[in-house]
Design a protein around this ligand. Structure first.
Ligand SMILES: Cc1cc2nc3c(=O)[nH]c(=O)nc-3n(C[C@H](O)[C@H](O)[C@H](O)COP(=O)(O)O)c2cc1C
Length: 196
C-alpha cells in the first residue's frame, strides 16, 4: 500500500495534533496509508546524543521514508514567521536526495501552528514550500471548494492547514481546523493515487 509521509516537528503538541488530522484524511483515500515521522530537536551543541527512538510519538524520519513515500506533508510550528530549526536542519541535510531526484514528481503539502492569529502562518507555510519546490515536488494547498476555508474563524489557509493555539498554547484544533487538515491529507493522497 503506498505511504504518504507526514513529517513534522512539534514541541508542545499543536502540530502533532494537526499531523494526526492530516493522517486521518490520508486514510480516507482508498489504498493510501499515512506514515507519521518526526525530527529530533537541535541544541546549541548539535551533536548531543539523542536516543535513536523518541520517548513517545512518531519515530524519527529515515532516508528510506523519503524514498518509499508516494507523497509527503511537512508540518512545523511557526518560529518568528518561519519553520522551526529542527525541521530546517533535517531538510538542509537532504543534498543527496536532491541530487538523485528522490522526491521529483511527488505531491506535497504543508501545515503549521501559531500562537497568534496573524503571527505568520502563511509565511511559514510558504517557507516550507520552497525546499519542496527545489526537490521537484508537486506542491498543492487547500482549494476554496472546501467551504470551511471561507468560514473558519481560526486556522486553515489555501496555502496549507493550520491551527491558532492562542496565548495558552491550546493544542486542540477547532472543528474547522481539523476538517481542513483532513482535507489537505485527502488532497495529497488523492493526487498521489492519480499520479501513480
Ligand atoms: C522561538 C519561538 C518563536 C515563535 N514565533 C511565533 C511567531 O512568529 N508567531 C506566532 O504566532 N507564534 C510563534 N510562536 C508560538 C508557536 O508557533 C506556537 O506556540 C505553536 O502552536 C507551537 O506548536 P507546537 O505545539 O506543535 O510546538 C513561537 C514560539 C517560539 C518558541
Amino acid at each position: 500500500m503506498p505511504d504518504i509521509l507526514v513529517l513534522y516537528y512539534s514541541r508542545n503538541g499543536s502540530v502533532a495534533q494537526l499531523a494526526r488530522q492530516v493522517a486521518r484524511g490520508i486514510g480516507e483515500v482508498p489504498g493510501m496509508n499515512a506514515r507519521l515521522r518526526t525530527v529530533p530537536p537541535v541544541a546549541p551543541v548539535t551533536r548531543v546524543a539523542e536516543p535513536p527512538v523518541p520517548g513517545s510519538g512518531a519515530p524519527y524520519v529515515e532516508r528510506a521514508d523519503l524514498e518509499e513515500c508516494a507523497g509527503l506533508l511537512l508540518g512545523s510550528p511557526t518560529r518568528f514567521g518561519n519553520m522551526a530549526a529542527p525541521l530546517k536542519h533535517f531538510l538542509d541535510g537532504l543534498g543527496a536526495e536532491w541530487a538523485s531526484g528522490t522526491l521529483v514528481g511527488k505531491p506535497a503539502g504543508v501545515f503549521t501552528s501559531t500562537a497568534s492569529m496573524h503571527g505568520g502562518q502563511e509565511s511559514t507555510l510558504l517557507s516550507m514550500m520552497l525546499p519542496l519546490l527545489h526537490h521537484g515536488c508537486v506542491v498543492a494547498g487547500i482549494p476554496f471548494t472546501e467551504p470551511r476555508l471561507s468560514s473558519t474563524r481560526g486556522g486553515g489557509t489555501p496555502y496549507g492547514a493550520s491551527h491558532v493555539a492562542g496565548p495558552g498554547d491550546d493544542p486542540e484544533p477547532s472543528e474547522d481546523e481539523a476538517v481542513l487538515a483532513r482535507a489537505l491529507g485527502r488532497r495529497i493522497a488523492g493526487l498521489a493515487a492519480r499520479l501513480g
